[in-house]
Design a protein around this ligand. Structure first.
Ligand code: PLP
Length: 475
């Protein structure tokens, strides 16, 4: 096939129709569980071999390839998917992904994002309003929470460091304060920024794995005594392992008192700003200077799509004051419509269009409904766990993340860690459920994050039955 044929509209029409039909059947099979397996797990080397064979098979029928990709992937739309915090995207948003993939407007400059830049502005303003910020607030979209947190900390440094690190490099020793339960990307961001180990001050957490705010003053003074300049405190909303929300109000007040940047990592839980029922979990979020919220976690958008919202939008233009004259005629001005001025990305996915399609189709109520459903489901799961003496909760959950472990009678407390590790491994290999595991204060827990709103109580009951079943075969 030559290039002209490869670009043929008729080929596309045919293949796209077939693919959409295949995906609709897949969705149906996943949702009604005709599809039994949630994860077709294989060891990495075995999986590599499968695909090497496929590759050596040469060029062929693309529909067969699509079907194989579907079959061999982890099925987020299966109600027994309860693993990592990525959403089963709404079909309409995935479909919009086909549209934006075709248009491929690169966004960095206005002319290359005539639609996606205004939509990004509208979505940022909407989210700023939900957070409780005033009209000075707005923000941007970027490729994932990890990159968004790094971008926020760069903005924090531009605003709060005593010298201009961007122009002059490092002269002082900067630091940020964060809970020991924060997502690892905060640690990584601080190291990328040259702060080193000493620049990441980890504050211990309480029995609910929330930052112990009563220690902030003490840690701050200790850092100052060592010659460190603390520029920011990061609150987790919520933490990744246990879904614990830090006390944002108190952290915000502490930051105001010491003139520190207050950043909220709400990659997962920031979505509760859409929910009347659960938004009190992030009380005080409006005190933040910057907030990160992943649209691809509880907000049903295909990955990656992350909002970074600034209380004062001026701050967002100070993050990268690098010269790129050929791109922007007016270097100093605050042009929201030139995406690349404020993001790491030069070329950027048209992610705003996918998010906007959800709002356009269903209104923002759909976000509230999803957040409420997932949180309510976690509460149901707690009830089921507590009614069964062979299970123990890691911590009373605040969000849709539940940590628990099997503590059946045939096992002794010394063996709980290894027993639960075996359970999780077997679940993975059997593939009828997908859950993960985490270690909290040296105890290994099974961890469920309820990301699929079509998961039902019966699925959770079935999960526990399967775990008990596996346990009978261990030691
Ligand atoms: C998921 C998550 C991240 C990382 O976000 P990505 O979009 O996966 O890069 C950061 N912080 C928290 C609290 C998270 O839950």
């Amino acid at each position: 096939m030559n290039l002209t044929q490869a670009y043929s509209p008729e080929h596309f029409r045919q293949e796209a129709h077939q693919l959409v039909d295949t995906l609709a059947d897949y969705l149906s099979n996943a949702q009604n569980q005709t599809l039994k397996t949630v994860i077709p797990y294989r060891l990495p080397e075995d999986n590599l071999e499968v695909w090497q064979q496929d590759f050596e098979g040469g060029k062929g029928n693309l529909l067969a390839f699509f079907e194989k990709v579907i079959q061999q992937s982890t099925h987020l739309h299966h109600p027994r998917y309860m693993g990592h915090q990525v959403s089963p995207p709404l079909p309409i948003a995935a479909l919009t992904g086909l549209l934006t993939g075709m248009l491929n407007n690169g966004m960095a400059v206005y002319e290359m994002g005539l639609v996606s830049n205004p939509l990004e502005r509208i979505l940022s303003d909407l989210l700023a309003n939900k957070i409780g910020f005033t009209a000075q607030a707005s923000g941007l979209l970027t490729s994932g929470g990890t990159l968004a947190n790094l971008t926020a900390l760069l903005a924090a440094r531009a605003a709060k460091a005593p010298t201009d690190v961007w122009e002059e490099g490092h002269s002082g020793r900067l630091a940020v304060m964060v809970s020991e339960e924060a997502h690892y990307c905060i640690d990584r961001a601080a190291r990328i920024m040259g702060m080193g180990s000493e620049g990441i001050i980890k504050i211990p957490t309480n029995e609910r794995f929330q930052l112990r705010t009563e220690l902030l003053e003490d840690y701050y003074q200790q850092a100052s005594n060592k010659g460190l300049t603390v520029i920011a405190v990061i609150g987790s909303a919520c933490s990744t392992s246990t879904g614990s929300y830090d006390d944002l109000q108190t952290i915000g007040e502490f930051c105001a008192q010491h003139n520190l940047w207050f950043h909220v990592d709400g990659a997962h839980g920031g979505a509760v700003v859409f929910s009347e029922k659960y938004k009190s979990l992030v009380a005080g979020i409006n005190l933040a200077d910057s907030v990160v919220i992943d649209w691809h976690k509880m907000l049903m958008t295909p990955a990656l799509a992350t909002a970074l919202i600034f209380k004062n939008v001026d701050d967002s233009f100070k993050t990268f004051h690098q010269k790129a004259q050929y791109l922007w005629a007016n270097q100093g001005s605050q042009e929201w419509f030139n995406s690349g001025k404020r993001t790491f990305e030069c070329t950027k996915l048209m992610m705003s269009v996918k998010i906007y399609s959800i709002l356009k189709a269903y209104g923002e109520e759909i976000f509230a409904e999803n957040v409420d459903t997932l949180h309510d489901l976690a509460h149901d799961f707690v009830g089921i766990l507590q009614a069964n003496p062979r299970f123990e909760l890691g911590v009373e959950p605040q969000s849709n993340i539940v940590c628990f472990r099997f503590v059946g009678a045939r096992q002794t407390p010394e063996s709980y860690n290894s027993v639960n590790a075996v359970i999780r491994q077997r679940l993975l290999e059997e593939g009828n459920f997908y859950i993960v595991q985490t270690t909290l204060r040296e105890k290994l827990y099974l961890r469920v994050s309820l990301m699929n709103p079509l998961t039902k109580k019966e699925d959770l009951i079935a999960l526990l039955a399967e775990i008990e079943n596996i346990a009978t075969t261990i030691g």
